[in-house]
Design a protein around this ligand. Structure first.
Ligand SMILES: *Cc1c(COP(=O)(O)O)cnc(C)c1O
Length: 393
């Protein structure tokens, strides 16, 4: 295995000097991963509850993914969609069979790009322009996706954004019903608000959204970029609601960490107008090969069920401990949020010092997104370490 190219100090210095400066960097380097473990340049091991910010549901260096990528890299990496390709064709049919509704699929390269495509398709198919999204919703950073994202600090420096977007309180069917009308192209919802604080949809909310959309001829777009591919306890979170969306938007763990996004458009709309949208890298054989291996691994290793069981156990453990710094324990599957009575940033640093990498979801929510392949032993260590750090003062 190749040695890290630079010393830890040189890694940190080079990123600080030549990176664009957009990210608040943590005081460590990550150079290798295996399963739910990450390793720094000095070989220290961490339990990964960042999970590639949701892209690493299969953990790191999963043998089936490594093999699929190696094999396909030696065969064909680039192949624009003007040429049919074996890996893409196989993936499209395999993903279509795994989706909870009959669909046609657009392939792209990231979450924001998938949201952009979903928004464009909604305008194209409805002939309308207005989009209803939700307060605390997160859909990405490109201009269209950002217009649907709520957080003012992400939006304000980039105004004016795209016209036609409105935000309603999440989880409130009456507010949604009051906002949707004959000019609404689409309602865009996360089944669990991830970035916005790990807030699962209240029971019946997604079904109410479906009825409201149907009553006005608006499309229902479900953003499963963070909840998809087993994270929620089912392959897609929407399956737990019994609701059929018009579009399902995917990315993050779709190709086990390879950059990829996708939009599944309900079959009833038929094919989209040729030339109306596209992507150079979209549907490239390397990402498709990784995504095929990922889909097989989710199924063969029973990862959605394992995520459901492990997540339930973790939430029950946290709740039972009545931790003095915790206001509420929330989540679905292995998407876990602990709302704290204080700011989360210092907690994340204490956890790092104790070998657990975790994420915030807003200023006072600790978010845990471990790979679904995490061992029971590591799950228990995470619960013990987090509980210890949140015991006070
Ligand atoms: C991460 C995320 C996005 C944006 O995905 P990128 O690949 O970072 O552009 C959009 N929606 C949700 C729900 C996400 O969690």
């Amino acid at each position: 295995m190749a040695e890290p190219a630079l010393s830890p100090d040189a890694i940190i210095a080079a990123e600080a000097r030549y990176g664009a400066g957009l990210y608040a960097k943590r005081p460590l380097t990550i150079v290798r991963g295996e399963g739910a473990r990450l390793f720094d340049a000095e070989g220290r091991s961490y339990i990964d509850c960042v999970g590639g910010q949701g892209a690493a549901n299969l953990g790191h260096a999963h043998p089936a993914i490594v093999a699929a990528i190696q094999e396909q890299a030696a065969r064909l990496i680039s192949c624009p969609e003007i040429f049919p390709n074996d890996q893409r064709a196989a993936y499209l049919s395999e993903l279509a069979a795994a989706l909870p509704f009959p669909a046609r699929i657009f392939l792209c390269n990231s979450g924001a790009e998938a949201v952009e495509a979903g928004l464009k398709f909604a305008r194209l198919l409805s002939g309308r322009s207005n989009i209803i999204a939700t307060m605390r919703g997160f859909h990405g950073r490109t201009m269209g996706a950002l217009s649907a994202t709520w957080e003012p600090k992400y939006r304000e420096p980039f105004a004016p954004l795209i016209p036609g977007f409105q935000h309603v309180p999440y989880g409130d069917p009456d507010a949604l019903a009051a906002a949707v009308n004959a000019e609404t192209a689409a309602v865009l919802l996360e089944p669990v608000q991830g970035e916005g604080g790990v807030r699962p949809a209240p029971s019946g909310y997604l079904a109410a959204a479906r009825r409201i959309c149907d009553a006005h001829g608006a499309l229902l777009l479900i953003d499963e970029i963070q909840t998809g591919f087993g994270r929620s306890g089912t392959l897609f979170a929407i399956e737990q609601s019994g609701v059929t969306p018009d579009m399902l938007i995917m990315a993050k763990s779709i190709a086990a960490g390879m950059p990829m996004g996708a939009v599944a458009v309900h079959e009833r709309f038929g094919p989209l107008a040729p030339g109306s949208h596209g992507s150079t890298f979209g549907g490239n054989p390397l990402a498709c090969a990784a995504a095929r291996a990922a889909l097989r691994a989710y199924r063969m290793e029973d990862l959605p069920q394992r995520a459901a069981a492990k997540g339930e156990w973790m939430r029950a453990q946290f709740a039972a401990r009545n931790l003095p710094l915790v206001r509420e324990v929330r989540g679905l599957g292995l998407l876990i949020g602990l709302e704290l009575k204080k700011r989360v940033q210092p907690i994340i640093l204490s956890l790092l010092e104790r070998g657990v990498l975790a994420l915030p979801a807003g200023p006072n929510v600790l978010r845990l997104l471990p790979p679904l392949v995490i061992s029971d032993e590591d799950v228990a260590t995470v619960v013990a370490t987090v509980s210890d750090v949140l015991s006070g003062p």
